[in-house]
Every structure is written in structure tokens, then in C-alpha cells.
Design a protein around this ligand. Structure first.
Ligand code: FMN
Length: 365
């Protein structure tokens, strides 16, 4: 309560700062323990997905904590999952600044960060410091990507599976950020098929003590045909799960004109429906057989719930927190049980994919 109020008071000052400076300050405050503590959450929200026990379905999306520095704070705020990264094997500067832009009116952000970071070694130190003290129900995902100058498109993923596969609860293979040249090409079915084989081989070779589930994160800018091809491939390869979706290259007409001209990926409220629709299609093609983590434009409980009814077993958010503050986490976790009850469900699992005709028929029968 106090922090939500403080956020409302401090928000105008944060919005006066350049977005990347405001973000760095946020991370510093979180590290210093300056954040609210939310919980406990309703047990009807806990589920086992891809072999992992999630205490609730809400997580933070990749890109918020790229260096694995704020996990204790993020879990104290009640999240069930924290996805850190994208981490690349070698340090790199990313694109020139400024590279994050806000459109306050439309609760939207454009970023062209380009995976800046200190590389795998610095990331590993932070991750190690947290993993030995974390609780079993605090699920950590490491989101992995390739360095800009690496020519072999597969090598960096293999290296990072070797580095982090045994240290994390799950891995995400990020092939959908629009700010690394050529990255999205890896979503083409012929290339993706090879990447999947190499990734699963690497897990078998290097993850002897435990084999983490591996999720693949896709762009929302896929045609129906591309998405169907990917969904079928995911079934063939028995992929553990997918994250739908990354930022979009679209520029909907509602956006502020100057903002819309910035290059990069758009996130936040204007991405919401597009991301929900691709979740819906993927769920349809796979008949709900591959777990989906839904992400894109969640700024309310209803938004999160819509993605679940469309087929997402879990959801993540990032941009919504910039505009709504940490109180959004509490709002969603407190609000979901009421929405479930309203629809006559006694557990979150019953809501997953509930919009789909096959589920509706089952419910009626
Ligand atoms: C500033 C910024 C940086 C991001 N960096 C990453 C990243 O490094 N890796 C990744 O997979 N996604 C990254 N994303 C995408 C988010 O994880 C998420 O997929 C996208 O923003 C849609 O969710 P949202 O509308 O809730 O923000 C980034 C997003 C933003 C706004």
C-alpha cells in the first residue's frame, strides 16, 4: 500500500528521467531492498508446468533484469517466475543510446537495446550467488541469445546451454529480438529445426545433473502460415514450451507520431491483442499440447486472464510495470482468483485455453 502510494508520488519524477536512467535507478532501488513485499498468494494459482512448480502464473519478462541482479526483490514482490537476461557469451555494448523510448499516453515502449551486457561470466557470478539460497517455488529462467558478431548462428546457444543449463530452472532460447541483425531468421522452420536439434543435443551432452526445460521465444510478427509451421515443428520436436511473444515491429496508428518513428521493438498496451491472438492460434494448432507463456501488453488482471483463456499457462510482463508500478503485481495476483470464481473455476488450470471450442464443448458436456 505504502509503496504503491510512493510510486504514484515519485512517478512524475521518474518520467522526467531518460528511460534507461530511470530503469537503472529502479534496479538500484530494488537491489537496496526499496520495494514492496506482496503475498502470500492464493493456492488455486499454483501449477506444475514443464515439470516445474510455479507458485503462481505471473512472472517478469526478459530484459528487465539483464544481469541477474535483482531476483530476491522481484520474488519478494510475489512473482512466481523471474526470467533474467538476455545473456550473451561475450560482453557487448549494444546499440548507441538513446535506445529506449516511452509513449506515456499509450502505455507503450520502443526499445532497440541490442543485448547490451557484461557477458556470461559476470552474469554467472550473480546467478550463483542467488541460486543456492532461493526457494524451490521461486522459478528462475535464463534467457539466452547470440552476440552480434558471432557468425555461426547456433554456437552461442550451445555455449550458453553448457554454461547455464545445470544452474537454472529453465532456459529460454531467444530468437525473436528485433535488434540483433539476422536473429529472427532463426525462426524459419528449416533453420529452427536444426537449431532445436542442436539445442537438445547440447542439453543432453552438457546437462548431466539435471536437464532443464527449454522454451523458445518467438516474435508476434509471424504470418499465420509461419506460425502454423512453427507450431507443428514444436510438436514434432516435443518442445517443452514457448514464449509468445517478443516485441513487435508494427506501429499501430494510435501511437504518438514522433515516438512511432523510432526503430526497434514495440511493447506495452498496443501489443496486447496481437500477442493474445498468436497465443490463441498456437494453442489451436497444437491443441494445447505445448505449454505457452503469454507475454505482451499486460497492464491489468483482465489482460493476464485473457491470455490464459486464450491458451497461456503462465504469463509475464515488463512494460506494464513501467506505467503502473509494482502494485500491478499485487493487483493481478489478488484479482485472478475472483475472475476464476466468476467463471466457475476452482483452479487456474481450468481457465487455460478455456476460450477454445474444444474446451467449451467439454465444459458444457
Ligand atoms: C526495454 C526492453 C528490453 C527488452 N529486452 C529483452 C531481452 O533482452 N530479451 C527478450 O527476450 N525480450 C526482451 N524484451 C521483450 C520483453 O521480454 C517482452 O517480450 C515484451 O516487452 C512484451 O511484453 P510487455 O508488453 O509486457 O513489455 C525487452 C523489452 C523491453 C521493453
Amino acid at each position: 500500500m505504502l509503496f504503491s502510494l510512493l510510486f504514484k508520488i515519485l512517478r512524475p519524477a521518474f518520467f522526467l528521467l531518460p528511460p534507461e536512467t530511470a530503469h537503472k535507478l529502479t534496479l538500484k532501488l530494488l537491489k537496496l531492498g526499496f520495494h514492496p513485499h506482496f503475498g502470500p498468494h492464493d493456492s488455486i494459482l499454483s501449477q506444475k508446468i514443464a515439470g516445474l512448480n510455479f507458485r503462481n502464473p505471473l512472472g517478469i519478462a526478459a530484459g528487465f533484469d539483464k544481469t541477474a541482479a535483482t531476483m530476491p526483490a522481484l520474488f519478494s514482490m510475489g512473482l512466481g517466475m523471474v526470467e533474467i537476461g538476455t545473456v550473451t557469451p561475450e560482453p557487448q555494448a549494444g546499440n548507441p543510446k538513446p535506445r529506449i523510448f516511452r509513449d506515456k499516453k499509450n502505455k507503450a515502449v520502443i526499445n532497440r537495446m541490442g543485448f547490451p551486457g557484461e557477458g556470461a561470466r559476470a552474469f554467472e557470478k550473480n546467478l550463483d550467488a542467488f541460486m543456492h539460497k532461493k526457494k524451490a517455488t521461486q522459478i528462475i529462467g535464463v534467457n539466452i541469445g547470440k552476440n552480434k558478431t558471432t557468425e555461426d548462428p547456433y554456437q552461442d546457444y550451445i555455449t550458453l546451454i553448457k554454461d547455464f543449463g545445470e544452474k537454472t530452472d529453465y532456459l529460454t532460447v531467444n530468437i525473436s529480438s528485433p535488434n540483433t541483425p539476422g536473429l529472427r531468421e532463426l525462426q524459419k522452420v528449416e533453420i529452427l529445426s536444426q537449431l532445436m536439434d542442436k539445442v537438445f543435443d547440447a542439453r543432453k551432452t552438457y546437462c548431466k545433473t539435471k536437464q532443464p526445460p527449454i522454451f523458445f521465444k518467438f516474435a508476434p510478427d509471424l504470418s499465420d502460415e509461419e506460425l502454423t509451421g512453427i507450431a507443428k515443428l514444436c510438436m514434432d520436436k516435443k518442445v517443452d514450451g514457448v514464449i509468445l511473444a517478443n516485441t513487435t515491429l508494427d506501429r499501430p496508428s494510435v501511437l504518438d507520431e514522433r515516438f512511432a518513428k523510432e526503430a526497434g521493438g514495440l511493447s506495452g498496451a498496443p501489443l496486447k491483442d496481437k500477442s493474445t491472438e498468436i497465443i490463441r492460434k498456437f494453442y489451436d494448432v497444437t491443441d494445447g499440447q505445448i505449454p505457452i507463456i503469454g507475454v505482451g501488453g499486460i497492464t491489468s488482471t483482465q489482460d493476464a486472464y485473457e491470455k490464459m483463456r486464450a491458451g497461456a499457462s503462465l504469463v509475464q510482463l515488463y512494460t506494464g510495470l513501467i506505467f503502473e508500478g509494482p502494485g500491478l503485481i499485487k493487483e493481478i495476483l489478488d484479482g485472478l482468483p475472483a475472475l476464476l470464481e466468476k467463471d466457475g473455476f476452482d483452479h487456474i488450470a481450468q481457465a487455460i485455453g478455456a476460450d477454445h471450442p474444444s474446451k467449451l464443448i467439454k465444459k458444457r458436456a
